[in-house]
Design a protein around this ligand. Sequence first.
Ligand code: FEO
Length: 139
Amino acid sequence: MIKMEWNDSFNTGIELIDKQHQILVRAINLLGLALERGSDKELMDAIFATLAEYTATHFADEERIFVEAGYPEADEHKHSHHMFLEKVTELKAKFDAGGDTAREVLTFLVDWLQNHILGTDRKYIPYVLGNGGQMRMTG
Ligand code: FEO
C-alpha cells in the first residue's frame, strides 16, 4: 500500500502552510487505502472532502501570505492553484458519474506534491521569511 511519511523536505518553515500541506499527504495516504479497497466510495468521498478543505483554506491563506510578503510571482502561483481546483472539480465530476478515478487522482496528487509543494511553493519561502529572496535554500 502507498504510505507517504512527512519529512523535512516538505517543510517550508511556515507553520500554517506546513500543517495545511500535511492535509494533502493525508489525502494521498487515504487514496492508497481506497485503491486497496477497490476505490471504496466512502473513502473516495472522504478524499474529495479533504481536497475541498485543502483548496478552500490553504490556497487562500498561502496567497494572502505571499502577496503580503511582496512575492513577485504571485499571479503565476495563483494561476497554478486555479488549475488545481479545475482539475479536482473535473475528477470529482467523473467520479460522481461512476468513473473509477482513484488511480488518476493519485497520479495527479503525487505530481502536485512533487512539482508544486516541493517546487513552486518553495520559491516564495525567502520572501515570506523576510530576507527579500536572498536566503540560500538548504535541505
Ligand atoms: Fe501550497 Fe501553492 O500550494
